[in-house]
Write a protein that binds this ligand. Structure first.
Ligand code: ADP
Length: 278
């Protein structure tokens, strides 16, 4: 059984049925060892993807405050070559961003062939925070689901592998993480009264997430709910989902590189032959 729950297209998500503290009976040490092993596979797959330039990868990370989006990115960057990876955080839209359609700033950050893009928050904010805070009329955010699904289909048609992760933490775990920031002077720079205010809207956010995932999980752009109360299990679940998704392309990418190697070698030999004649 995979560690993260892959949402079946068209199914209704009920987050209360997925345990955020799930860790498959594993201890931290074993999970870290498995993450390292899978991480090595991920490195190899990502290098092959980059070199063959046939596909690109988009990793979308969403979750409540303190759910571990930043930590997940730090973990992934141990295995993904920064030379061909771009991390984009999406904040409250700037004036120029807000003056465009909601996908404008997102599309510009989509990965080019061979590359990986990691989104820290994404276009899903436009159907989540916007909905919870009533920032635009219901009719507007509802119609965005159609645009989101079509946008992700467009990315898929352009050879982008799209994977979306919801980092699922419990309300209790969030309280502990927020309190830890208050207690630890080294973490207090992360303190924000806004996080406590948003926490009061926990139920609304969970509902918005459930709805968003139910409406937009597709076979070509699946949502994964990641049990995220244990950071080490969260990292393992994400790396596993990435390896499982990229692995089927491995032979194809290797073959294309081999073919390129044969062609380059033939060209080099032809060049050497002309040099000898001189
Ligand atoms: P972090 O992602 O680390 O929490 P911030 O504390 O700067 O970073 O939070 C970014 C904020 O931007 C979040 O509260 C998020 O909901 C908000 N945001 C992102 N995209 C949008 C959007 N399209 N509309 C409104 N708010 C947004």
């Amino acid at each position: 059984m995979p560690y993260a729950t892959r949402i079946k297209p068209g199914s209704k998500v009920d987050l209360s049925e997925i345990d955020p503290g799930y860790h498959d009976g594993m201890q931290k040490e074993l999970a870290e060892q498995k993450t390292l092993e899978l991480g090595k596979q991920l490195s190899e797959l990502q290098e092959l993807m980059y070199a063959s330039g046939q596909k690109s990868l988009l990793v979308v990370l969403q979750g409540m405050d303190t759910s571990g989006k930043d930590g997940s990115i730090k973990s992934l960057l141990h295995y993904i070559n920064a030379l061909s990876c771009r991390v984009t955080p999406f904040k409250v839209p700037s004036e120029i961003e807000a003056a465009h359609d909601f996908l404008w700033r997102v599309h510009a950050e989509a990965p080019r062939l061979g590359w990986t893009s990691i989104f820290n928050r994404s276009h899903y904010e436009d159907v989540i925070v916007v909905r919870v805070h009533d920032l635009v009329p219901k009719k507007v955010w509802k119609s965005r689901f159609i645009h989101i699904c079509q946008f992700e289909e467009l990315l898929h048609d352009a050879n982008t592998i799209v994977l979306k992760f919801f980092l699922h933490v419990s309300k209790e775990e969030q309280a502990e993480r927020l309190m830890a920031r208050e207690e630890d002077p080294d973490k207090s720079f992360k303190l924000s009264v806004g996080d406590w205010k948003e926490r009061e809207l926990w139920g609304d956010y969970q509902e918005a997430y459930q709805d968003a995932m139910s409406k937009s999980s597709a076979s070509h752009a699946p949502w994964f709910v990641v049990p995220a109360n244990h950071k080490w299990f969260r990292d393992l679940a994400i790396v596993e989902a990435l390896v499982d998704t990229l692995k089927p392309y491995k032979d194809e990418w290797k073959d294309s590189l081999k073919e390129r190697g044969v062609k380059e070698r033939a060209e080099l030999q032809a060049f050497r032959a002309t040099q000898k004649k001189k």
